[in-house]
Design a protein around this ligand. Structure first.
Ligand code: ATP
Ligand code: MG
Length: 381
């Protein structure tokens, strides 16, 4: 499944936005324009839907409460609204619409929760309902978070419950002693990456490493082989790569000897093959040279195509090089534009699409042209 449409009201720095989304979404915009806040909508839905220890109250509390979450530009205390449409595949019409609105101050309450099966245009759930009216306490929980109330739309809960958010920090992976005490839920910084690889069934792991190896060889010079190994003494899991040097005795290197960039690429590619829900990637360009960044869209594409389940990928980026690849479609880009009335989410204009059709890259058509005209406001680099 993938999210084909997102609507937000009063979510952090977004007062009101509505965007259509595709299988790959490149979220661009200046610092503090709300790229991470946009990804946080999906992490929030994950936190709400999570089968263990999730729920609306915890998800809001984890973000500092309603006063932090609700858009500061909104007058009075309006409800925060999140609405998503979900499609089975990129090229098929949406099948679900899930709407969640909530408000309150100290105590968070659901003001609206609605599920529509768009195939048959049937309303599966609409709250507040009679049960809520007779027992308002029920409105402190969503139906999404409860197994006994989400039975008819559990696919939505499972989809959100299993998304991945990655902001890979190679240092934490190399120096496990740093990470041990600071593990966060969902492992956003990739600290348990090696553990995840270790837990994967042998054959699946082999097959995935082969795919990654093939893709990596295109951008990491001299790397010939990638394999999983356990330390003979401690049993600790390791990744090893064989490098071909001019020296005949060039050998295997472990992850702590691999470059930060190689490790980040490894983590990103593994995540694309592992799991079937959304993948949220923060700034994959970090610690990578521009020539490799240029290859990221192609790598993502290759991995998406070869994965057992195709994951929708959201990528936040500051990199123009990342948008240069010919496989980037102007419709894949969501450009965040801050204004005095909250951040707007813009998609490609007809003119920008025409420029790309005429042979310009998305970077040229959607970033360079714009920033040369409106440098102060919109330059993202
Ligand atoms: N409730 C809120 N109302 C209005 N603005 C908010 C709210 N919560 C956070 N913000 C603003 O959102 C901005 C941060 O957005 P975010 O971290 O998503 O930016 P970003 O685009 O990811 O930036 P970077 O490129 O630096 O990572 C801050 O300026 C912060 O003040
Ligand atoms: Mg950010």
């Amino acid at each position: 499944m993938l999210i084909s449409k997102l609507k937000l009201q009063n979510w952090r720095n977004f007062k009101k936005i509505e965007v259509e989304l595709r299988e790959r979404v490149f979220v661009i915009g200046p610092n503090a324009s709300g790229k991470s806040n946009l990804l946080d909508v999906f992490r929030f839905l994950r936190d709400v839907a999570q089968p263990q220890g999730g729920g609306l109250q915890r998800a809001v509390a984890a973000r500092g409460g309603m006063t932090k979450l609700r858009c500061l530009l909104a007058r009075r205390d309006p409800e925060v609204l999140i609405e998503v449409e979900l499609s089975d595949r990129a090229d098929t019409p949406p099948i679900w619409r899930y709407t969640l609105a909530f408000g309150g101050k100290q105590r968070v309450v659901v003001t609206r929760e609605k599920v529509v099966d768009l195939r048959t245009d049937t309303v599966i759930l609409e709250r507040p309902n009679n049960e809520d009216r007779s027992d308002p306490e029920r409105l402190t929980e969503t139906n999404l978070e409860q197994v006994n109330t989400n039975k008819n739309f559990r696919a939505i809960a499972q989809f959100f419950g299993s998304l991945t958010y990655l902001h890979l920090l190679p240092q934490l992976l190399k120096h496990t002693e740093l990470g041990a005490t600071a593990m966060l839920e969902g492992d956003p910084f990739g600290q348990s990456f090696l553990e995840r690889i270790a837990k994967t069934a042998d054959r699946t792991r082999e097959a995935r490493l082969k795919k990654i190896e093939a893709a990596l060889q295109a951008c990491v010079p001299n790397m010939r082989n990638l394999k999983f190994a356990r330390d003979a003494n401690t049993g600790a899991p390791h990744l090893e790569a064989l490098y071909e040097h001019w020296r005949p005795d060039a050998g295997w290197q472990r992850e702590d000897q691999l470059s930060d960039g190689t490790l980040r690429l490894l983590g990103i590619m593994w995540s694309l093959l592992d799991g079937d829900s959304l993948l949220l990637l923060e700034e994959p360009e970090l610690s990578l040279s521009e020539s490799i960044v240029r290859q990221i869209p192609a790598l993502l594409w290759k991995m998406q195509r070869t994965a057992k389940h195709r994951r929708q990928v959201f990528v936040t980026t500051h990199s123009e090089a990342l948008l240069e690849h010919t496989s980037v479609d102007p419709r894949d880009v969501v450009r965040l534009e801050p204004s005095s009335n909250g951040t707007h989410a813009a998609t490609a204009t007809a003119q920008e699409k025409a420029l790309v059709a005429a042979g310009y890259s998305v970077a040229e058509a959607m970033v360079k042209v714009r920033s040369s005209g409106q440098l102060e406001q919109l330059s993202i680099f």
